[in-house]
Design a protein around this ligand. Structure first.
Ligand code: URA
Length: 238
């Protein structure tokens, strides 16, 4: 069957579809001995010989796996960090297949992170048109006023672009620090932190507690578990 090279690479577990596109553009992929930099290129998944890092890229024989990790602060969500900081992959010990994070959490953010070797699902869920909700508990410096909360909810301008409407509910106010439940429907870089900075209540700590209807629950920090079939089906249905 003829399929796009970046999809073939993702299906084979080389990287997410977007990262695979970067590998192609960087000239790191060969097809039948020829470097291919053209993103539209299609390959025959039964006949063509695709190579990456001197190794033949082949369809995965292993099952698809889906993991929920409680990411601690102090870990990056890339597979390899340019500054050699610990990565979330270092926490996934006894799983032999290569998994990739779906989306990202900042180095200083903790909470729910899904990892999988399902390139198709990763592509779907990280596509900007996907507005799956993400719920956070944020500790903020000072409690936002009702006016500031309203501004937050209506959307704020970050990098010249207005964010989609969001939710904020103050759940605890301890004077200097207030806890807020925040729901956003996009995934702009450092979005919650920047939105909170915009209303002059910077984030002291941030934890993601849900992605859509998937909840972190009692999963301990640094630990992971496999998603249930129901949870996987839910993600695929989005
Ligand atoms: N928003 C942020 O600011 N940081 C995260 O890690 C996730 C959402």
């Amino acid at each position: 069957m003829l399929i796009r090279l970046q999809k073939y690479l993702a299906d084979c577990g080389i990287a997410s579809r977007r990262k695979s596109e970067e590998l192609i553009i960087e000239g790191r992929i060969t097809v039948n001995g020829v470097v291919i930099k053209e993103l539209g290129t299609k390959v025959d998944d039964e006949k063509d010989e695709v190579f990456y890092r001197g190794k033949k890229v082949e369809k995965q024989k292993e099952d698809l796996i889906y993991i929920m990790l409680h990411k601690p602060e102090g870990y990056v969500t890339t597979v390899k960090d340019q500054f050699d900081r610990p990565t979330v992959i270092d926490l996934i010990k006894d799983i032999r297949v290569r998994v990739f994070p779906i989306g990202r959490l900042d180095y200083d953010t903790s909470g729910l992170l899904i990892l999988t070797n399902d390139g198709e699902l990763t592509f779907k869920l990280t596509h900007p048109k996907h507005n799956i909700s993400k719920t956070y508990i944020a500790k903020l410096f000072g409690a936002p006023s009702p006016e500031e909360i309203l501004k937050f909810k209506r959307g704020l301008t970050i990098d010249g672009v207005k964010t989609a409407p969001a939710e904020m509910e103050i759940i605890k106010n301890e004077g200097k620090i207030a806890s807020a439940k925040i729901v956003i429907h996009e995934g702009k870089n450092r979005q919650v932190r920047r939105m909170c900075e915009e209303i002059k209540h910077p984030v002291a700590s941030l934890k993601r507690v849900a992605t859509g209807n998937l909840f972190l629950g009692e999963l301990e920090k640094g630990k992971y578990r496999h998603l249930t079939e129901k949870e996987v089906n839910y993600l695929k249905s989005l």
